[in-house]
Structures are given as structure tokens and as C-alpha cells.
Design a protein around this ligand. Structure first.
Ligand code: HEM
Length: 332
């Protein structure tokens, strides 16, 4: 009888836990925050501690890691395609215009991945690491927190052309930038809120030089840029040379995740052309900028919401893609 009862208990527990096992492996296209709760309970803790160490060493790293998730998600979805190095038939996205001499933080992802491979081999995807590192970077710099839906898998390829074409360029028009967001399923609210990432991090002189000297081909600077700020920028970003010289995107609170970026836009002190057009080219986006500039408490939760939305762009789930052992190369 006792044997029969324990057999019965065994069968009942099988039935009870089957959906869990099933959902973990075959998440039916959906991501959910508890994805690693059983397979790698320490995953989130490990990501956070490596990111915290890297950001303590260099504050800018938070910005660099946040940006990587964006540059990953806009190309074939959030699948860590950005992290692949060139090899065999793979041409790395690291060579694209938006990424070359600019995207950084890859060593931190290597460190996270090797810590995770030690703790639970072949379990946590590089795409999920990017999503978690972006959230942790935001929190560490004073921004909002959110639960990160998980269960993305890693691509077995990269797309250099996707990286060149899908990621907006700083000199794209407002309409082009909005179109590029819409193609990813994101709207104008997401565009304005996510641009708020430029509250932290740096830009190179080459990304905004045109505004200082020859905005529209007539040898005149961009008149939507505060002219004394422009003069100040010219001292370190000359007509030629100094391409890689770094400038804060938000010079008021350089490493703090807050709404001062939006306040600067209203003062005509957005660094990139793509920042300033948010107030000069569309009434709808101007109104959003005004709202976030006036209310940090409205900006932060919208940022979190839009990050989750961006993180949901075309993930590979179930048996599509793979869990890379090394984020830089596909499994052999
Ligand atoms: C709306 C269109 C966007 C454009 C045109 C754009 C463009 C740029 C450019 C040109 C830089 C400077 C790169 C350099 O000179 O090396 C930059 C930096 C940065 N971007 Fe964006 N960006 C956009 C949206 C976003 C979004 C959606 C995010 C994140 C969700 C983001 C996060 C960042 C961060 C954090 C940095 C600083 C990176 C660092 O210091 O390493 N950007 N962006």
C-alpha cells in the first residue's frame, strides 16, 4: 500500500511539474522572467555582480552595455548576433558603421559568460545576458529597474547589412529614425523614451561634427544647436582630426540615469542631431520630451516599459538558434 501511495505521489508530481519542464525548454515563443529559476537559479545574481564590478572600474561601461542590447535587438532580433566575431562565413556586425570604433563592452560579456558556464554549463544564452546587463547597467546608474523576460536563444549568424541599415544613424532625419523604430514594432513613445539612454555615456566627435561646421551643405552650423555650446564643442572637435575624441552625451549629469537629457534638448543642447530633432521636427515628440523633462517619475517607468518591448524583438525560442558556449562564436 505504502509503495502504491508513493507511486501515486510520483505520478502526481510528474503531472504537476511537467508544464514547468515543458515551458522551460519549449517556451512557445514567449519570454518570461522565471526562465532560469530552475536551470540556473544564480544566473541573474552572477550577471549583476560582474556588471557591477565592471561599472565600478569604469562608469561609462554601464552606457556601453546598455547600447549593446539596442544594437543587438535591431538586427535580426535580440539574438546576440552582434557578439559574433568574424569567422568562416560570418562577417561580424562589429564592423558596421554604427559599431566600428564605437561599440564596446565585449570583454565584460565574455567575463559574464565564462562565470555562467562554470555555474551552469550550456544554459544561459548570450542574448539573455545582454538583456540582463542592460537592465543592471540602468539600475547601477540610478535608473529604473524591471523584470527581464528571458528565454532568448543565440543566432548562428550575423548580418552586417542589417546592422548598417536598421540601426539609426545620428544624421538620419526624424522620419527615417521613426521609421526604423516602427520597423521593429516600436512607436514614437518608445523612440523618445529610449533615446533617454543618452542621459549616460559618450559620443565621438565624428558622430556630431557635421552640426558644428556644415549641417546642410552650405558651410553653416546647425542653428538648432545652442551657439555658445557649439563654440565650446568646436574647441575639442575641430573641422578635421580628433574623430575619436569623446564628449558626454549629457554634460549635466554625465553618468547618472535621469531626465536631464530631456532638459538639455529643450535648451537646444542635445549633442547628436538625432537627439535635437526630437524637439525640432515633430510636435508629438516635442510634447513627449517636455513631459519627460518635467517629470522624471514619468520618464523612468516608460523607459523600463520600452526596454522590455525592445527586448522582445523577434527572439529565437524553443529549439531555434542555440545556447552559445562562447558569445563570440557559434558552437561547432
Ligand atoms: C534613436 C536613435 C539613436 C541614434 C541615432 C543613436 C546614436 C548614437 C550615437 C551616434 C552614439 C555615439 C557613438 C559614438 O560616437 O561612438 C550613441 C551612444 C549611445 N547610445 Fe544611442 N542612438 C540612438 C538610440 C539609442 C537607444 C535606443 C539606446 C538604448 C536603448 C541608445 C544607447 C546609447 C548609449 C548608452 C550610448 C553611449 C555609449 C557609450 O558611451 O559607450 N541609443 N548613440
Amino acid at each position: 500500500m505504502a509503495q502504491f501511495v508513493s507511486f501515486l505521489l510520483f505520478v502526481v508530481s510528474l503531472i504537476a511539474f511537467a508544464p514547468l519542464c515543458f515551458s522551460a525548454k519549449h517556451n512557445n515563443g514567449y519570454l518570461f522572467p522565471e526562465f532560469y529559476d530552475h536551470s540556473c537559479p544564480k544566473a541573474q545574481q552572477i550577471v549583476k555582480s560582474v556588471v557591477a564590478k565592471a561599472v565600478a572600474k569604469e562608469a561609462r561601461m554601464a552606457a556601453s552595455l546598455l547600447r549593446l542590447h539596442f544594437h543587438d535587438c535591431f538586427v535580426k532580433g535580440c539574438d546576440a548576433s552582434l557578439l559574433l566575431d568574424s569567422s568562416g562565413s560570418i562577417i561580424s556586425e562589429k564592423r558596421s558603421n554604427p559599431n566600428r570604433n564605437s561599440a564596446r563592452g565585449f570583454e565584460v560579456l565574455d567575463d559574464i559568460k565564462s562565470a555562467l558556464e562554470k555555474e551552469c554549463p550550456h544554459t544561459v544564452s548570450c542574448a539573455d545576458i545582454l538583456a540582463l546587463a542592460a537592465r543592471d547597467s540602468t539600475v547601477l546608474t540610478g535608473g529604473p529597474s524591471w523584470e527581464v523576460p528571458l528565454g532568448r536563444r543565440d543566432s548562428r549568424g550575423a548580418s552586417l547589412s542589417g546592422s548598417n541599415n536598421n540601426i539609426p544613424a545620428p544624421n538620419n532625419t526624424f522620419q527615417t529614425i521613426l521609421t526604423k523604430f516602427k520597423l521593429q514594432g516600436l512607436d514614437i513613445v518608445d523612440l523618445v523614451a529610449l533615446s533617454g539612454s543618452h542621459t549616460i555615456g559618450n559620443s565621438r566627435c565624428t558622430s556630431f561634427r557635421q552640426r558644428l561646421y556644415n549641417q546642410s551643405g552650405n558651410g553653416q552650423p546647425d542653428l538648432t544647436l545652442d551657439q555658445s555650446y557649439a563654440a565650446q564643442l568646436r574647441t575639442r572637435c575641430p573641422r578635421s582630426g580628433g574623430d575619436q575624441t569623446l564628449f558626454f552625451l549629457d554634460f549635466v549629469s554625465t553618468t547618472k540615469f535621469d531626465n536631464s537629457y530631456f532638459k538639455l534638448l529643450l535648451a537646444s543642447k542635445g549633442l547628436l542631431n538625432s537627439d535635437q530633432v526630437l524637439v525640432t521636427k515633430s510636435k508629438e515628440s516635442l510634447d513627449l520630451v517636455k513631459k519627460y523633462a518635467a517629470h522624471n517619475e514619468l520618464f523612468l517607468p516608460q523607459f523600463a516599459k520600452s526596454m522590455v518591448k525592445m527586448g522582445n524583438i523577434s527572439p529565437l525560442t524553443g529549439s531555434r538558434g542555440e545556447i552559445r558556449k562562447n558569445c563570440r562564436k557559434i558552437n561547432s
